[in-house]
Design a protein around this ligand. Structure first.
Ligand SMILES: [Zn+2]
Length: 436
């Protein structure tokens, strides 16, 4: 492509910021959204209208006329754009989103593995498998998540992610690392191996951040762990989000932790001291304090639908969905490992062999979004921010998870009824999604 070339993705756009979908054009230059051209606001979709037998004939006809005029306006705006670009000696590469909604790529803050691979494998080829799997299911911004493991194993994983990020064509999909442990509570280890739990070491965070500047984005720890205050303050001073998780903290302890700089909490309700009316615990602190954002594992197993609905209603735009996926995501049922623990996967549910604890999920962000829409009865544009702009905002990635001027050209074409991902654009390039 020459310097003057641009790309245009035209159709019905859901911006990821919660706005109602509109017809328009995403104009892209050098992997970045240069500007948006809004051409119409028709909410109607011919495919869905045609099957809605309740819709009165007159209403159907007027909706059809509205839709046709929105399409005509879109085509004329495309023609104008094409001549403006060619006047400057460039070419316009057009993608029309037909029978699809244009949405920003998903942002997954918590993902251990997928496609049979895991971040802790510390292997570049395995990482490519995992990233490829989640990318094909729409996650264009992935925070690769480590486990509670020996220090040397975590360091190997960090080095591998860093190399992959800088050298692989898919490296742009990794926007950092989420350290889940090893500074967690032995009372709530979940599927983290308790024998690798360590007291909180601020010096490890200093060292890892110095070796890999900008790589660490989230540190999940239990704030009641010895050394936590200094470690939290150190993380925050380097721009790393301090998150509470796998924690037995009391409500009072959580208030202190917020004072030290904790602003996020992982997989709400899972692996933490629950709410009790005389000891509101970690869950009570998350629900009450706007300073704390949180995550939901929307797989229909980690949370009762009423629990996830309660958290979303109370937390509003401070809650995101995550996959917390382990290596069996996208794989058949069978026997797997998570860290160095054995896991059985039956009907897509991963459990530790030893005690039956849930051991991560087999989700993709595409299925987490569909579950959120289905369970909570939301429209696509209402649910979408929880998978895009909200998680991006939690880690301060202001150019991700949104369709607006200046944002990264990470786009999806989504099926408007099944919410499945048809096409994925990463940094201005369409990647193949076949075989997903
Ligand atoms: Zn966890």
């Amino acid at each position: 492509m020459s310097k003057e070339d641009k790309q245009a993705v035209a159709g019905l756009i859901a911006d990821g910021l919660g706005g109602e979908p509109y017809y328009g054009i995403v104009v892209i230059e050098d992997g970045v959204i240069e500007r948006m051209i809004k051409t119409g606001t028709s909410q109607h979709d011919l495919e869905t209208m045609a099957i809605d037998i309740e819709l009165a004939q007159a209403e159907l006809e007027s909706a059809q006329a509205e839709l046709e005029s929105a399409h005509a306006e879109l085509e004329s705006a495309l023609a104008d754009l094409q001549s403006a670009v060619s006047d400057k000696g460039g070419a316009l590469h057009i993608t029309r989103a037909e029978k699809a909604i244009i949405a920003p790529g998903f942002v997954d803050l918590h993902v251990h593995g997928g496609g049979g691979a895991d971040v802790m494998d510390a292997d570049k080829e395995q990482l490519a498998v995992m990233i490829g799997h989640h990318l094909r299911h729409g996650s264009t911004s992935i925070v690769a998540t480590t486990m509670t493991a020996p220090k040397a194993d975590i360091e190997k994983a960090l080095a591998t992610v860093e190399t992959f990020r800088c050298t692989s064509p898919l490296g742009g999909a990794i926007i950092g690392v989420h350290l889940e442990g090893p500074f967690i509570s032995p009372v709530y280890p979940g599927a983290q191996n308790p024998s690798h739990i360590a007291a909180a070491h601020a010096d490890w965070i200093e060292d890892w951040n110095a070796r890999h500047p900008g790589l660490l984005r989230i540190l999940t720890l239990a704030p009641e762990t010895e050394g936590a205050e200094k470690t939290i303050r150190t993380a925050v001073s380097h721009g790393i989000v301090a998150a509470c998780g796998h924690s037995n903290a009391t409500y009072d302890m959580m208030q202190s932790a917020i004072g030290w700089g904790v602003t996020h909490s992982v997989h709400c309700c899972n692996g933490m001291r629950p709410f009790h009316h005389r000891e509101p615990g970690v869950v009570g602190a998350i629900l009450l304090h706007a300073e704390l954002s949180t995550e939901l594992i929307m797989d229909g197993h980690h949370l009762h639908p009423a629990s996830s609905d309660l958290v979303r209603r109370v937390k509003g735009n401070r809650v995101c969905v995550v996959t917390d996926a382990m290596r069996a995501s996208g794989m058949p049922d069978g026997e797997y490992t998570l860290g160095d623990l054995d896991v059985n996967v039956r009907e897509g549910i991963a459990r530790l062999k030893e005690d039956g604890s849930l051991a991560g999920s087999t989700l993709t962000m595409q299925s987490a979004l569909a579950e959120l829409i289905r369970q909570h009865g939301l429209a696509l544009h209402e649910a979408l921010p929880h998978a895009t702009s909200i998680p991006a905002g939690i880690i301060g990635a202001a150019d991700k998870g949104r369709i607006e001027a200046g944002a990264a050209a990470d786009l999806l074409l989504l099926d408007p009824a099944a919410y499945t991902v048809q096409e994925v654009m990463l940094g201005g390039s369409w990647i193949g999604v076949e075989g997903s």
